[in-house]
Design a protein around this ligand. Sequence first.
Ligand SMILES: NC(=O)c1ccc[n+]([C@@H]2O[C@H](COP(=O)([O-])OP(=O)(O)OC[C@H]3O[C@@H](n4cnc5c(N)ncnc54)[C@H](O)[C@@H]3O)[C@@H](O)[C@H]2O)c1
Length: 701
Amino acid sequence: MSGVRIERQGNVAILLIDNPPVNAMNADIRQGLIAGISEASVDEQIAALVVVGAGKSFISGADLAEFDGAIPEPSYRETLAALEECPKPVVAVLHGTALGAGVEVALACHYRVAIEGVRIGFPEITLGIVPGAGATQRLPRLVGAIPALNMLVGGVPVTAKAALDMGLIDAIAVGDPVEAGVRHALGIIESGFGTRPTRAIELSASGFGESEIAECMAAHKRALKGRSTQNALIEALKSAVTLPFDEGIEAEKRLSDLSLASRESQALRHMFFAERESSRVPGISRDLKPLPIQTVAVIGAGTMGSGIAMAFSNAGFSVILVDANLEGLERGRQIIRSNYEGNAKRGRMTAEQAEAAIAQIVTTIDMSDIGSADLIVEAVFENMALKKDVLGAVDKLAPAHAIIASNTSSLSVTELAGATGRPDKVVGLHFFSPAHVMKLLEIVRGDLTSSETLLTALDIAKRIKKIPAVSGDGFGFIGNRMMLDGAFREAEQMLLEGAAIDQIDGAIEAFGFAMGPGRVNDMAGVDIGTLVRQQLALRAKRADPYCIVSDTLTPMGRVGQKAGKGFYNYSVDPRVGAMDPEVTQVIERLASERGIARRAFTDGEIVERFVLQLINVGAEILAEGVAYRAADIDVVWVHGFGFPRHLGGPMFHADTLGLGKVLERVQHWQGIFGDYWKPSPLLVELAAADSSFAAYDRNRT
Ligand SMILES: NC(=O)c1ccc[n+]([C@@H]2O[C@H](COP(=O)([O-])OP(=O)(O)OC[C@H]3O[C@@H](n4cnc5c(N)ncnc54)[C@H](O)[C@@H]3O)[C@@H](O)[C@H]2O)c1
């Protein structure tokens, strides 16, 4: 059973926290700590205590599963009070990862030693949670209110050195944590130092004024866009500097409880679990093992191929990058070089490391060099005939055990697999641009893709630090289908009806997307979307007007930033587009040809129609089985398309709105526009049952 083991070394009691694998804090540990403290308190042989983790870590954080209901007894507050009020000095040893509740335990101890290499931090903000076990009251007493706010709002762990400099810990040690703790405890006993409750430290409000707070928040502005947890953290710290400790703790508890119940926190925790769950695919036997992949060949050294090569190389794979001709290869080399050199310029690596990373990727125009590859990722032009040719050639040259993947964004993986003699070993690995940066990897399962191939693809995703989402082999897979059939089609429909592109982008960005559809198109290339739609049209037809504005701009050469003009004009500032009357004229013409009357829009209508379309097409994809879980769709949209994480992805957001309400609004628009607003039968079914996508997912797993 997990909990706390009590050991002794001379007159030092060691409370050894043991809950593998990472010592997550739970009721057993709290119980064990209280028991250990009361035992050591009355034991006359014991002069000091050491709290330390067994294994590789101190307490890595709270057991999140406990937060779903009432947190089981004994409470955090009772446990930490027991530590702080212990009549004998208590030394915490922080090692490995010491996060959240773990650090709160350490703050309630009287002394803190950190082992070199430790990461100490409060990641709660990333889950929308205000820590509830004294962090906001004890941390400022040790480090000052502004540094405490900075650490709590930033959520990024600090090193032992930084923790020492800020006064969070008393000393840094190396070697075995238990020995280091005992050494420190013996030193305290010898020096005759006593207990040192953090709560007793005086804290003043000076230096914690509105201007200092504003300055601190400005440093975190980007990460906090659309968020509100930081306001509760500020309030908790204001309580720390103005109220007596016990009242401050009360205030923190109230704010922490409110944060846990908030939609923001529920959405962020949903994403946390969705990201873990997305790599679990039902129906794969536990006995199956992923194939060992070490050498990867990437075919096509373009935008995607170069990024994909970097993603694999960065993760320690041997990488061979192949292109059809020397110009293509040279362009790929340049992309790779400028990326690594950019990293070096920004101080993310040294110039030598950048050179080594560039040299690491072998480049060639000789396809027969793929003979040693365990995995081949094809990233040539988006064209079925060409890709079939390339996969056929790869099939002949690659070893029999090798997996063949395609980075296609629109073509049928099943059809591509047919060009090889090993369709069971063919899979879609749909990277997002830039491939070495974007976290999402859509894994597309063709009709014949084997479980072993799928499992290997999931393993690869983990090794290259991507978040996978498994998709069936349908039109546009999960992401592009929802984008094209849902949100972007609707955005273009609204353009025809009279909304201006800068109003649409502004409204969608204010909702929380990183970029609105006009700016996304201009950045990615309006022609890329057109190309994808042309390929998709070979699989399925869509009624006019379907992204007709984009498909009119493309042949005009208005293909986006790279051409200096797209939805916007970039002649004045290449990064910030200006409205262009030519685009407005095109839109007005397209609207008049279709008899669409133009009118003014509110931002509210724009956001509603954009988001409802995502939800409705998402429900269709679920019902078709293209996505297995609603949560997988959320992963795709948050990590591939910039849907605001604090709203939890489109399907979680639908649950937040209430599916009854969602259906009612979809039906409202169906009444005006007809067919393409037809509610998905799954949405109708779940709404009628007063159910949710979350419940749908739970019933599946
Ligand atoms: N650009 C994106 O945002 C994006 C995102 C996801 C997926 N994709 C997909 O990735 C693939 C590549 O797209 P891209 O934007 O990198 O294209 P790109 O035009 O930048 O690069 C394609 C490269 O393939 C090379 N090539 C062509 N035929 C070849 C052959 N027979 N053998 C070897 N190399 C050959 C070309 O020389 C070129 O260097 C496409 O299937 C595309 O749909 C693109």
